[in-house]
Design a protein around this ligand. Structure first.
Ligand SMILES: [Zn+2]
Length: 192
């Protein structure tokens, strides 16, 4: 399991100061609910990249002694299962849906992939924003809806939004086929 954590540091600072960072241990296990059962379990390295650089970041890990669950504490500038940084992905989405002027040269296959993922999760983004107290009516037109959702991604910041969405659904806003994940795992219908 991965949990997104807030870090105030830049990516470079996060890497250099990692050993001194206070990464708070979860109070109880998010799966079995056991308290005082979570222990630090070292860290591992993963890649993170954007157009200009590729870095390796350490990720703190905890372990539940009761149910044997491993919990990774991923900094919120990263996205679970994505090597590209959150900033890179949001910039790509802005480029796709807002036709934002950019000097970036993100390859078209990657842009198509992001477009497909984002489109596939529009319903969940809409439900999420409603749950967060944004009751305003969203456009019915899919293209307009996607455009509005991309604008809302950075309110207040993309990191905060990504983290809250992940806490809410236990998956990222770019996760593969959220509809089917929920339909199969929760076995209940989602509103259409
Ligand atoms: Zn547990």
């Amino acid at each position: 399991m991965q949990i997104l954590i807030t870090v105030k540091e830049t990516i470079t600072q996060y890497i250099t100061r990692f050993q001194a960072l206070e990464i708070v241990r979860p109070e109880k296990c998010p799966v079995c609910g056991a308290v005082h059962s979570i222990h630090r379990h070292g860290s591992y390295w993963r890649n993170i990249l954007n157009e200009q650089w590729e870095k390796r970041i350490p990720v703190a890990r905890f372990y539940c002694k009761t149910c044997k669950l491993t919990i990774s504490m991923l900094p919120s500038f990263a996205l679970p299962y994505f090597q590209y940084s959150l900033e890179f992905i949001v910039t790509a989405l802005q480029q796709i849906f807002l036709a934002k002027a950019t000097t970036s040269r993100i390859c078209s296959a990657l842009l198509r992939f992001y477009r497909r993922r984002f489109h596939g999760n529009l319903l969940f983004l809409e439900m999420f924003f409603r749950d967060q107290g944004w009751p305003e009516v969203t456009p019915q037109d899919v293209k307009e809806k996607a455009t509005k959702m991309v604008c809302m991604l950075t309110v207040p910041t993309a990191e905060t939004l990504s983290q809250r969405f992940h806490q809410h659904y236990k998956h990222t806003f770019m996760a593969h086929s959220l509809y089917h994940r929920f339909y199969l795992s929760v076995n209940q219908c989602v509103p259409t």
